[in-house]
Write a protein that binds this ligand. Structure first.
Ligand SMILES: Cc1ncc(COP(=O)(O)O)c(C=O)c1O
Length: 403
């Protein structure tokens, strides 16, 4: 992978801010000009409404949206584009399933103690309403998924396993294929929150045999405001729409409504056309680079940075010490400093952009008595030189401010 050549595609690196070191891609990535241009093209050349009017501009929008759907389907190994639903983000996709799936009263949903709030809060709500039981599989101190604890927890009353594929703080991934197989043996469905996996590794939903899979475009070079729900068709057909109205229905009269089949039944109202078209361009870009290459590049930067921080006594890493188990994430604390102070000072001193706080994983931090962490996240456009500057900056912060 030629990173220097790739960087020419990202406007930030040829702007006045080119010396910024952007290590916050797990929150939101930079966008290449191919994505920005695809989105601008919509506004400049065919800024009409899809799926309704029949004139040529509208027809072009409809075609472009379906092309984007096909590209997203191909990107995650799905052979039927009608199984791809566009939402406004991963959170909405997770909620769509939680709020719309016809759970039998008393059935249970299984999550982990490592969920992002977006795959935690909706289940708490359903639990409070008495719609489902909610059980949590605990993670051992190693930070790695405990397959045995999971096996015990997939009891007969579990109708859905809804788990984070790659965690957004520790970077650890669960063994998706085994998780799916075990759940299916007990006739439970599996939804994977792929917000941090789809941008960083090759995903094949059909090979995994996963029932539902969710992610956000803005974490994978796409625009903000677009998410994706993949679902097996018979599963999608059982889910009630979260939002209803124009575009999602066939015929209505004063008494009743007929919903369209998926994906339209879940896409009521005018859509974020430029965003969806930009999402198509983003997955096309990533597909051309190659997801295995992306994963290898991130792993090598993470190894370099982890090794670089190893001898700094004031630093404690979260998650497994082996960077190969943490995808592109490096979560850490500096003794005697809050994570927000670390992030602000490192930006002031060295223009390094990292995330800090609880990363929408409050239960994880509270249960461990930690008030957050700093997190560097690497992506395809980061370089070994940036990694070196990041390590020097953290060293300088630790030398100057740690207790
Ligand atoms: C693991 C995980 N799940 C879900 C989300 C929610 O994504 P979004 O805010 O795009 O809906 C995030 C966002 O950081 C995440 O990291």
């Amino acid at each position: 992978m030629d990173v220097e050549r790739l960087r020419l595609d990202f406007p930030l690196y040829s702007s006045d801010e080119r010396d910024l070191i952007y290590l916050d891609s797990a929150c939101q990535t930079l966008r290449p000009r191919q994505v920005i241009e695809a989105m601008n093209e919509y506004y400049l050349e065919y800024p009409a409404c899809g799926g309704r009017s029949v004139h040529r501009l509208a027809t072009k929008v409809s075609i472009k949206i379906e092309e984007a759907r096909e590209m997203v389907a191909e990107f995650i190994g799905c052979s039927d584009p009608s199984c791809i639903v566009f939402t406004k983000n991963c959170t909405e996709a997770l909620n769509l399933v939680a709020k719309g799936y016809p759970f039998q009263r008393g059935s249970a949903v299984l999550t982990t103690d490592m969920e992002h709030n977006s795959n935690h809060v909706p289940w708490l709500q359903l639990r409070e309403l008495g719609i489902v039981r909610h059980r949590v599989v605990r993670t051992p101190p190693s930070g790695l998924f405990d397959l045995e604890a999971y096996r015990d927890a997939v009891a007969a009353d579990v109708s859905m396993v809804s788990m984070v594929h790659t965690n957004n703080v520790t970077g650890t991934s669960l063994p998706a294929k085994e998780v799916v197989e075990m759940a299916h043996e007990r006739e439970a469905l599996v939804m994977l929150d792929g917000a941090q996996s789809a941008p960083h590794q090759r995903i094949d939903v059909e090979e995994l045999d996963v029932d539902l899979f969710t992610f956000s475009a803005h974490k994978m070079l796409g625009p903000s405001g677009v998410g994706v729900l993949y679902g097996k068709r018979p599963v999608l057909e059982r889910i009630e729409p979260l939002v209803s109205g124009g575009g999602a229905v066939g015929m209505t009269d004063y008494e009743k409504v007929e919903f369209l089949p998926p994906p339209e039944r879940f896409e009521a109202g005018l859509l974020n056309y430029s965003g969806i078209i930009g999402t198509g361009a983003a997955v096309e870009y990533l597909g051309a680079v190659g997801m295995d290459e992306v994963a290898d590049h991130e792993a090598s930067l993470n190894r370099q940075a982890t090794e670089g921080l190893q001898d700094i006594d004031a630093i404690s890493l979260l998650g497994p010490p082996d960077p190969a188990l943490r995808a592109g994430l490096l979560p850490f604390n500096i003794r005697g400093m809050t994570s927000h102070d670390v992030a602000m000072i490192i930006d002031e001193m060295a223009k390094v952009q990292i995330r800090s706080g609880m990363h929408c994983m409050h239960p994880y931090f509270r249960s461990r008595g930690i008030d957050g962490c700093a997190r560097a996240s690497f992506y395809l456009y980061n370089t070994a030189e940036e990694c070196e500057r990041f390590v020097s900056a953290v060293r300088a912060v630790a030398d100057t401010f740690s207790s």
